[in-house]
Write a protein that binds this ligand. Structure first.
Ligand SMILES: NC(=O)c1ccc[n+]([C@@H]2O[C@H](COP(=O)([O-])OP(=O)(O)OC[C@H]3O[C@@H](n4cnc5c(N)ncnc54)[C@H](OP(=O)(O)O)[C@@H]3O)[C@@H](O)[C@H]2O)c1
Length: 259
């Protein structure tokens, strides 16, 4: 039987990274976490580390700013998965250099876990959110590093719990804002499922040097469909306030002017 890859996860104390480490351990992969010193003295993060440690994870101290420790950690594994948040996307440049230097990595999965940055068009209002992720893709490809990009669309814990109503924490019971005509579909995937799919791709030759799109048919809904489901649950029709694309873009532009 083929040996299971050894997996290094950067960001195991974070939201997705913790789920990735759990999924990796659940699938019996030798699992390593690159952990910053500061995490051990943070009560919430050390609780997560304790859970993973009981599950069999090994922690290697280091950070995305420390190349020597990165290379040392990477030399112990076959696969690297990075789960730093979107603000730190470009910090992966040193990780890529370290992967190249270590020369042993069979697959790198960078921090993406959203919409495909090569396909998403977002009216120049995203503060380079997608272009930074695309820049990391180009760097990985230029260095000839084997990779898989995970395109999972929305996490279920974002937007969906408040029925896609920015600023709300729970679904509304009187009025609901519908963007456009409400018919455009979104994909919502639970973080633990994103993690499980990611780990299942690690040793799968079909996903090598490809984008893996997560689009479970039962997880695809438009705002109109979501509102209808909510209305049937609470037994009440909501007042719909329609906001056109033009109005919505104007609002966002207004907000960035105010910042
Ligand atoms: N599709 C969606 O709806 C959606 C929503 C949110 C996020 N995402 C994506 O999910 C991925 C993970 O984001 P997240 O929200 O789960 O992140 P997060 O909770 O903020 O966790 C970030 C992790 O990265 C670690 N980290 C940060 N800087 C580091 C450094 N310099 N060196 C080493 N480790 C470092 C942190 O460690 P410490 O504990 O030491 O700080 C933490 O473990 C990203 O790709 C993001 O774009 C997608």
């Amino acid at each position: 039987m083929a040996m299971k890859s050894r997996i290094l996860i950067v960001g195991v104390t974070g939201n997705l990274g913790f789920e990735l480490a759990r999924a990796s351990l659940d699938s019996s992969y030798p699992t390593f976490g690159l952990v910053r010193d500061s995490a051990f003295s943070d009560p919430n993060k050390s609780k997560k580390l304790e859970i993973l440690s009981h599950g069999g994870a090994t922690f290697l101290k280091g950070s995305l700013q420390d190349e020597a420790r990165l290379v040392e950690a990477i030399k112990q594994v076959d696969v690297v998965i990075c789960a730093v948040n979107s603000k730190q996307v470009l910090d992966q440049r040193l990780l890529i250099a370290a992967i190249k230097c270590a020369g042993c990595v069979k697959r790198f999965i960078p921090a993406e876990f959203g919409s495909d940055p090569d396909k998403t068009r977002i009216s120049d209002l995203d503060n380079n959110f997608y272009s930074r992720k695309a820049e990391i893709r180009r760097l990985i490809e230029a260095e000839g590093i084997p990779h898989t990009y995970i395109s999972c669309n929305f996490y279920m814990s974002y937007l969906l719990p408040a029925l896609v109503q920015p600023g709300l924490k729970a679904p509304p019971r009187d009025k609901v804002t519908v963007f456009g005509d409400g018919s455009v579909k979104g994909v919502f995937v639970k973080e633990s499922d994103v993690a499980a799919f990611t780990i299942s791709a690690v040793d799968d030759p079909h996903t090598l040097n490809k984008v893996l799109y997560l689009r479970p048919p039962g997880n695809v809904y438009s705002i109109n469909e979501l509102v209808e489901i909510w209305e049937s649950k609470i037994g009440k029709k909501l007042e719909k306030i329609y906001v056109s694309e033009e109005e919505f873009l104007m609002k966002i532009r207004g907000m960035s002017v105010l910042k």
